[in-house]
Every structure is written in structure tokens, then in C-alpha cells.
Design a protein around this ligand. Sequence first.
Ligand code: 16G
Ligand code: ZN
Length: 537
Amino acid sequence: MSLSPVAAASARHPKPETAVFEYGTAGFRMKAAIMDPVVFRVGLVAALRSRALGGKIVGTMITASHNPEPDNGVKIVEPLGEMLVPQWESLATRVTNAANGDLDAVLAQIAAELKIDMNIVPRVIVARDTRPSGPALVASLVDGLRALNAEVIDAGVLTTPQLHYLTRTRNEQLANTHLYGQPTEDGYFDKLAHAFNKLIASAASGNPDFKPASLSVDGANGVGAGAFRTLIPRISSSLAAEVVNDGSAGALNDKCGADFVKVQQTFPSGVTVRPGGRYASLDGDADRIVYFYADQESKFHLLDGDKIATLAAAFLIDRLEAAGIRQGITIGVVQTAYANGSSTQYLEKVLGVPAPCAKTGVKHLHHEALAYDIGVYFEANGHGTVIFSDHMIQVLDAGLVSANASTRQALQDLRNFVDVINVTVGDAISDLLMVEAILAFKHWSLDQWDAQYTDLPNKQLKVEVPNRALFQTTNAERELTSPAGMQAEINKLVAAVPKGRSFVRPSGTEDVVRVYAEAETREQTDALGQAVVALVR
Ligand code: 16G
Ligand code: ZN
């Protein structure tokens, strides 16, 4: 009997019988060495997803973001650049766990359940980061796609946000609708550079002493380094930027990059830090960014996702007021439990905007942010963006038609601000340009930005436990419902510490439980963190 195309291809990518996989917060992620059957099957799922959407283009990205170089991962992106919908996360888990001999049957079952027309030609874009394991995994993914007759668009090496952008714009092109931007890598850079240069020109207008700021960008030895370097010449009159940790010397994410800087609260290696200088770190797939600097005593200071969110919200409020359209535009800043208590306080008390808390993972924040005309969302780790409602865009466009001399510039600034933002997903490069534009408007150095509020000392710890599934949370991950009684114990520890806050949650990307603690002093924070770790262990 001859094998079906899927069965024949599957024989080249056998799944070890006992292996169990799960589509987590950021897709599948594991040691690259065991990923071959997973990416092959994700190819099948992506093709099926495209068919279920009538042949719209689906994106696939091979990356393990901030994780070490030997890891890799794969995730699927919806046609407009959103994260895969939850129903399909479960289907992806189902397909990746099917026994080797059952693949055809499982695919047929899904097609029947969802009434998928198997004659539709699937279209899938494939991209990867710079990990050495990437090319072989792309080949396996493509093997899965071809087994279902998919049309494959190999986009090569891209940042994760570029893949989201490309997926969205290729679909818009296909549907002949309004293009968010030109559907090419060049189109991506052009869109960002154009909006950024206009913002800087506006910030510099009337200031003969304007000089582009100097910025040094830690590329985490990853894909963001090359991408940002491509952008530099297009924005050279607006920003004097250089890239360090570009992969020519060190390993990906090794003692550098946004995750290292945020979690370790220290300078990345490979960067010569001068007091007063301006620095930013990207993560391994360039969807996260944090800023940092050294004070006169060479002490490390971090400007994380919370600082970026508050900066963006304050600036947007200022421009809305100057444009005369603050009334009737709602703004919210969505955070997670990891947001520093001081940032939430600043948003609610000083800026007067709601700051709801969502579960960790971009899709949860994005979803909550949709409730506002301007939804700013950032995880403390530097992953986030700003999204705008149709109403907001209409108000802007209508305002520009009837604007008078005093409001026109503010309206145009807002328009350019919308264009410098990658609304499809958190994007380190786009966020960097947003921050630089705001700092230029404010004439702020990093310490002036930092002075808007003072972070409470905080600490993140990870604990290996026999079974992290025992840890279950509620209230946007701020409280444990299981193991029974543990939350009451944490509450007691927290109550004993001034400005204390601590929570425990199972990681969605690693086999560990995470502990977060913050308090008024560094000593209290460390002690609280250790006490909670002792409870968890
Ligand atoms: C994933 C998430 C990131 C989140 C992290 C938490 C996306 C695209 N990425 O990387 O936003 O911060 O997981 O990891 O949603 P954890 O569950 O291990 O703490
Ligand atoms: Zn990332």
C-alpha cells in the first residue's frame, strides 16, 4: 500500500512515542535538538489553519526569543498579525501529540469537525531568527506544509515583529484592501523611518540647537542587531545610533539582551557604558526592549516596559490635549502582575488613567487594550505596544481636515505616532523609535525620564518543583488557588513588609515556578522573595 503524502513525510520526522508537547504562551519551545517532529507537525497545522481561513496567509516564526541559543521554538501567526486563536492552540497541541500512524486520521477529524474545505490551497509565510538550528527546522516545517500542498513563502531571517507585519500586509495585498504598509521588509523599514523622521523634525522645529541623540543598542547577538543596522542609515539625521552585540563575537542572549538586563538588573556584557550615555537592549527576536544607563557613580539604572508604557501614556495625553481632542478619547494602560507597584500608582494617581492587570502573555494584554481608544500595553520585561481604535483614527483624520494653526501640529504628531507604532505586535525597533521621539519632544535624557517615578526594589526568582501544574492562579495571576493554603501564607509574609507585594505563578515557557517580590527596601525585597521561595519549594 502506498503511503499518503502526510504519512510519507511524517516517516522522515518521527515523534518519539513518549514525547508530550504543548502549545504554550509563545507556541512550542524546547531544545532545538528535539524539535524536528514538532515543527513538521506545526507545518501541517499552519496549512490547515490557512485552509480554514479560506486560503488567507498564515505566518510561522521559528524562534526561542530570549532563551539560550541551543533552544528553539515555533509559533503560528493569524492573517492580521495576531497570535493564534486559542481553539487552534489546542488543535496544534492535538496534532503534535498524535501517534505517528494517526496523523492522517487526526487531520481528517479536524477537517470534518471544522468543515474545512481540503481543496483550498493553503498559503504560509515562514521566517526564522538567527539561531544555527533555524535552517534545518525551516526545512522540516516546509516538509509539513508541502505534505498538505501549501504555497510556501520563505521570508528568510526576520525579527518576530517583522514576520507579523509581513503576514498582515501580504494578506491586505491579497485582499486588495488598505495596506498597513508595503508588504516587504523594505516597506517595514520605510514606514517606520518615515514616521520617525517626521516626529523628530516636529520635535526639532523652532530649536536651532537640536542635535540627534546618541544611542547604543545591544542587539543580544541576534536578529534584531542586523535589522536595526538596516534601519540606521534611514534615520541618521534623527538619531545617531550604533549596534553592539551584533553576533560577530558572542552567543545569542549570552549575558546580554533585554531579558538578561531586566532579570539580572545589570549591564550587558559587550557594552562600554559611560555615565550619562543612552543604551537599549533588544531580546533575541527583537520583540522586547529595555533602556538602561549608568549614573555618575556608575550605578546601573533600568528603564523597563513599565517606564516605556508610562512615558507613552504621558506623551499621548499631552498631544491629545494640545490637539484639542482629549475629551471623548479613552486611554488605558494594561499591565501584568510584574508591573512595578510605583508605575501603577503613577498611572492611576498622577496621569489619572486606568491601569488594569492582565495575565502574562501578549495576547491577554492586547485583548484588554482593545477596550480603549488608545490602549497602551506593556509587560515589565519590555514587550508591548500601543493600539488605536477606529474611532481614534477617525477623530484624528477629521481633526486634520478642520484643524487650525494651533492644533494642526499636535494632530500631525499623533498621526505620525500612530505610524511609528507596530500595532500588530510588540516590536522592539518600533518601540525604540517611539521612545526616542518622545524623549526628543521632551528634551529628556534617560535620568530625566527615570525621575518621573521611582521603582520599588523588586526581584524575580525561579524555583524548580516536581510538578508545576499544581500551581494554579486567579485574579490575573496575582493569587494562588492551589496548592491549598499557600496564598494565605504568602499574604502573611507580605503583610509584614512595608509596600510589600509578592506572587507566585507557573511559567508558561519553562518547567519552573516563578516568584516575584517587591518592597520598600532592597533588603526587605530579597528577604520576602526568599521567604516565598521557601514556601513554594
Ligand atoms: C512569552 C510571552 C511573553 C511573556 C513570557 C512569560 C508572547 C508572545 N510571549 O515569551 O509575553 O512575558 O512568555 O514567560 O506572548 P513565563 O510564562 O515563562 O514567565
Ligand atoms: Zn522575544
